[in-house]
Ligand binder design. Structure first.
Ligand SMILES: Cc1ncc(COP(=O)(O)O)c(C=O)c1O
Length: 463
């Protein structure tokens, strides 16, 4: 008879972790008196407390207790070369020493050079920078609504596009993906945003059949990140393109995670899909805050003189910050120059991670899978959503299956797994997370060995 009450397991792991990282525990107590929940981003504030980080290099981070942790979170998946790559830190150090880097409030050569690179790599005509992925998706939505004079935003259930009024619906599973995520939003956030199921062609077609003339934009991640790291099937993304074009809606590919993750550019190109707008963030910033909306000139020009400044995609004291532009240009140039080598290495390590994790768990009699594992059309990826299914034969190709606790052991595969891994000095997020070029054979081996011990702890709970 399998155990179903996780409370004692959570308690045991939490207590062990408090002993393992007493300084982080003490800092959490202090943090909670000044900071809400002890920090400034919910995902980072795991319970009972997160490790407080002192330094990091490559695949590894070190906490205040001196624990060296192997990290698969890697800056919200923003790192592609690992933490603090010398390539970027040296460029920044040199610039700062030469009186360059914090002079925001001007335009410079770097902004032009980076814009040219990103337009060339995505095939887009125009680009404008901002500071975060949330702002990029918000501006992309404003641009779409203005360009079409329509209001509806069609998004995927489970899709996270950041914290902005058109993104805060249907992100977390609540017996479906149809709920507002926050109080305090304008009422139209509910009525203007409709959700559909990722990789479900019939549902997508039905939305366009019924409301196609009111849909301003369809926003989609080609590989849905927060929703489980699941690639779209080529048929789904290509149909999304055809339907949006046919009905006069703007197709926004949110590539804040996927941009420069599979190739030196947007992943939509690998699907043969050209969106009207692409949002970029994370990797392109080279570890610094930078995001962008790239796309069709006629849509982006609404922002500027040609379009009578009709869309207020403007402002932002720190937008296109020079230090961010420098980190970004340094990294993006490197990714373009060494594209074949970097992306094949990332993919090979990704394959090795999936194999060693699956094998370690199955050695303890547990079937684990990686979401989207039946969609083989993309090159091997470096994003890994570990799932512990409760049933055989699940397709695992949409956030619905991955998030529904009646289909998968969602709590075990997320919070409990994360805590068990922390005791092994491994930091994971959403299952496992992502690998970078700094994750080599020894890191894969380290993960595999830890998985065996973690699996032994979870086994009594998995039927
Ligand atoms: C696909 C996607 N879009 C947008 C965002 C928001 O980006 P930011 O956290 O930089 O605001 C995220 C963040 O995780 C994301 O994953």
């Amino acid at each position: 008879m399998k155990q179903t009450d996780y409370v004692p397991l959570l308690k045991m792991l939490s207590e062990a972790y408090a002993r393992h990282a007493p300084r982080s525990a003490a800092l959490q107590q202090r943090a909670e008196s000044a900071l809400v929940d002890g920090g400034s981003h919910a995902v980072r504030l795991m319970q009972p407390f997160p490790p407080r980080i002192k330094r990091s290099q490559g695949a590894w981070i070190e906490d205040e207790d001196g624990n060296r942790l192997l990290d698969f979170w890697q800056g919200h998946f923003a790192n592609i070369l690992g933490h603090n790559p010398a390539l970027v830190t040296q460029a920044l150090a040199q610039a700062f020493n030469n009186g360059w880097g914090l002079q925001s409030g001007f335009v410079d050569r770097l902004q032009v050079e980076l814009a040219e690179l990103l337009c060339a790599q995505t095939g887009h005509e125009r680009i404008r920078f901002t500071t975060s992925g949330s702002l990029a998706t918000m501006y992309a939505t404003m641009l779409s609504r203005a360009a079409t004079a329509r209001s509806l935003v069609l998004k995927m259930g489970g899709g996270w596009h950041g914290s902005q009024p058109w993104g805060l619906k249907g992100v977390h599973w609540d017996n479906g993906f149809d709920q507002l995520e926050s109080l305090g939003l304008p009422p139209s956030s509910d009525t203007d945003v409709i959700t559909t199921t990722f990789n479900d062609l019939d549902q997508l077609q039905q939305h366009f059949r019924e409301q196609g003339d009111q849909i301003a934009c369809l926003i989609i991640e080609p590989v849905i990140g927060g929703g489980g790291m699941i690639p779209a099937t080529p048929e789904f993304l290509q149909t999304a393109r055809q339907l949006s074009e046919h009905h006069g809606a703007v197709l926004i590919c949110d590539e804040v995670i996927t941009g420069f993750r599979y190739r030196a550019g947007d992943v939509a190109q690998l699907y043969g899909v050209k969106p009207d707008l692409t949002t970029l963030g994370k990797i392109i910033g080279g570890g610094m805050p930078l995001a962008a909306v790239a796309g069709r000139a006629d849509i982006l020009d609404q922002v500027g003189r040609v379009g009578g400044h009709s869309v207020a995609f403007s402002g932002g004291t720190y937008c296109a910050h020079p230090a961010s532009l420098l980190a970004a240009k340094t990294l993006v140039t490197h990714l373009i120059a060494r594209e074949t080598e970097i992306y094949s290495q990332l993919g090979e390590t990704g394959v090795a991670i999936r194999a060693i994790v699956t094998e370690a768990f199955s050695g303890e009699g547990i079937e684990v899978r990686f979401s989207g594992d039946q969609i083989q059309d993309l090159p091997a990826g470096s994003l890994h959503g570990l799932v512990i299914p409760q049933k055989q034969g699940l397709a695992l190709n949409s956030p619905v299956e991955v998030s529904d606790p009646s289909l998968c052991h969602t709590l075990l595969a997320d919070r409990i797994l994360q805590l068990a891994f922390l005791l092994e000095d491994i930091h994971v997020m959403h299952g496992i997370g992502s690998n970078t070029t700094a994750h080599g054979e020894s890191e894969v081996q380290y993960l595999g060995e830890a998985c065996q011990r973690v699996a032994r702890q979870l086994e009594p709970y998995i039927s």
